[in-house]
Design a protein around this ligand. Structure first.
Ligand code: ADP
Ligand code: MG
Length: 591
């Protein structure tokens, strides 16, 4: 995006609030004009009061100045109040817009982007942007207006002396512009480094267990310190440029006054202009100093805002989700047949992960996926809810190409239980009802009971109202999994995806989870990434994956007889579970 496009787009955020904008800018204009008026009053006081020896003129001038202060106060209030209001209103809108976009970002985006960087964009970049759009922009305009106003007022006073006094001003303008150009890229680098800093912090906080377990706190500190230091260096570089330029700005103002006194003084002494006029001219030049310096600051602000806004818009502009076809239809409740037809897929264009995957699952069947780590089991299951789209081939649900239906309608019919489920820091009941927020308490309890979670939930201090997650009770892996199963049960999906890799739970918990899963799988098409012999034995079809291809398929007995990769995995990893399976069968018979 071009730079001016960024600013234009930012200003677009002000449009809905044009009424407040008008009040704010009108107040600002008024306050600025009143400022310009003050030297004129003082000029009158000097010429008509002091020089003419008329105290009444002095009183009048004093009174007017007081009056101006009062009116300017009111205008200043309007400027500040509505300016701040606009600032925060724009940041509110921008933040909402940003958050909406983040929710809609495709999985592939999150694969590429660090959460910390995203957080930094959501917080510090939006803050930098809002400051400019409200107060900053207004300051920029009022300052420019004041500068122009001062120059006009001076010219009206005395063209000759003004031209003399204003000689250093073009230099001042050039210096300010050059300053802005130097500073802008520096700001971009600073904002980027802020992103790196947030990512570093976020990562070590998320991984705090690992950090502590390996006693790597010093390393993490050093890493953070290094990034923080880099940030400081970049900031410092900026401050240096700023400080380097500051004396020049001040000097140029002083040069202006020098010229006025040196050449203008004699003119006043000869009576060509009044002493009051000279005083007014000097007052105007002094009025230039502040705004020009403020201009430097505001150019800064504008530059940061530009860099920050670009980072925010980058996210907002990322194509949301996988594209939905214009004529995508709502998928009604399906029976649950799933077909892969010659599906190829890669997370990156240059690296194919899945090749030529074809299979068909009838409604209610259980399909087990097995294969070495990295063979593509999870990737296959990621394609069914369209977390990613295949690069070639088709996926059909109930015979309908999933790309032709609305993503939401597809996902609503798919339940996913991962090995390490995520629970929000809400109550247990809210976590269970996450996929169906309007579920009744009875339904929640029924789901929890079926998921074998009711027991431990009622034993917790506040039962279903116990808060879990970061600021509440910590659940064990097995408990979390049963909450997740209850959550999936409540949404009553037609298709299930289970990552059933051996989790480290005791045999009793394992048994409970198996029971819960059996309830969940009842009557649904289930894809299970299996490590458990029992699951494999009861599957309708096992797909054996190796290196992104299906190398074998069939039932447990067929595959055992056939030899090959399945037999190898069985001998190495599964055989040991035979005793357990036998025991399980015996217990099943006894019941
Ligand atoms: P499995 O579940 O069988 O262990 P995966 O489907 O997770 O295997 O991974 C298959 C391959 O895809 C691996 O080489 C893995 O590194 C790669 N992969 C998995 N997820 C991603 C991702 N989000 N981005 C890029 N590559 C990925
Ligand atoms: Mg996996």
């Amino acid at each position: 995006m071009k730079e001016d496009a960024v600013y234009r787009r930012l200003l677009g955020y002000l449009k809905p609030y044009w009424k407040q904008l008008v009040i704010a800018y009108f107040s600002m204009l008024f306050a600025t004009l009143l400022n310009l008026f003050v030297p004129q009053i003082i000029k009158d006081a000097i010429d008509n009061g002091l020089a003419a020896g008329d105290p009444r003129a002095l009183f009048v001038a004093g009174g007017i100045i007081l009056g101006i202060a009062v009116v300017r106060g009111a205008a200043g209030f309007g400027q500040l109040y509505f300016g701040e209001w606009l600032t925060h209103r724009v940041s509110y809108d921008l933040r909402n817009h940003f958050y909406n976009s983040v929710q809609a970002l495709p999985f592939s985006f999150h694969d590429r982007t660090l959460t910390g960087d995203l957080m930094s964009r959501a917080t510090s970049d939006i803050t930098e942007t809002e400051r400019f759009v409200g107060i900053g922009l207004m300051g920029l305009i009022s300052t420019t207006l004041l500068l122009v106003g001062v120059i006009i007022a001076m010219l009206l006073e005395s063209v000759q002396l003004s031209l003399l006094g204003l000689i250093p001003i073009p230099l001042l303008v050039v210096a300010t512009i050059r300053f802005g150009n130097t500073v802008r890229p520096m700001f971009k680098l600073i904002q980027e480094q802020m992103g790196v800093l947030s990512s570093t912090m976020q990562e070590s906080m998320t991984g705090i267990n690992v950090v502590k377990a390996f006693a790597r706190e010093p390393h993490e500190l050093a890493k953070f310190d290094q990034e923080n230091n880099e940030w400081f260096d970049r900031r410092y570089g900026l401050i240096k440029v700023w400080a380097d330029n500051w004396p020049l700005f001040t000097f140029l103002v002083a040069a202006s006054i020098f010229l006025l006194l040196w050449f203008g003084g004699p003119v006043a002494l000869e009576g060509e202009i009044t002493v009051g006029s000279l005083f007014a001219l000097i007052s105007y030049v002094l009025m230039l100093g502040g705004p020009v310096q403020r201009l430097g600051f505001l150019v800064n602000l504008a530059a940061t805002a530009g860099a920050s806004a670009k980072r925010v818009f980058d996210i907002i502009d990322t194509p949301s989700e996988i594209e939905e076809q214009e004529d995508a239809v709502w998928l009604d409740r399906v029976d649950g047949s799933v077909t892969f037809q010659k599906v190829d897929f890669g997370y990156r264009e240059d690296l194919e992960i899945l090749s030529n995957i074809s299979f068909h699952a009838e409604p209610g069947q259980t399909i087990a996926l097995i294969g070495p780590t990295g063979s593509g089991k999870s990737t296959v299951t990621n394609l069914i809810p369209r977390f990613y789209d295949p690069t070639a081939g088709q996926i059909l649900v109930d015979g309908v190409e999933i790309r032709s239906v609305q993503v939401q309608s597809l996902r609503k019919q798919i339940g996913i239980v991962l090995q390490d489920p995520f629970l929000f820091s809400q109550t247990v009941a809210e976590n269970i009802a996450y996929g169906r927020p309007n579920a009744s308490m009875d339904e929640i309890i029924a789901a929890a009971t079926a998921a074998r979670a009711h027991g431990f939930i009622t034993e917790m201090p506040e039962g279903y109202d116990t808060r879990v997650g970061e600021r509440g009770v910590t659940l064990s892996g097995g408990q979390k999994q049963r909450v997740a199963i209850a959550r999936a049960l409540l949404t009553d999906p037609r298709i299930l995806i289970l990552d059933d890799s051996t989790s480290s739970v005791d045999t009793e918990t394992e048994h409970l989870i198996q029971e819960a899963l059996a309830v969940l799988m009842e009557g649904r098409t289930t894809f299970v990434i299996a490590q458990r012999l029992l699951t494999l034995k009861s599957a309708d079809m096992i797909l054996v994956l190796d290196n992104g291809r299906i190398v074998q398929r069939g039932t447990h007995n067929e595959l055992l007889a056939a030899g090959g990769l399945y037999r190898e995995i069985y001998d190495l990893q599964l055989k040991d579970q035979e005793a357990f399976v036998a025991l399980e069968a015996e217990m099943g018979n006894r019941q």
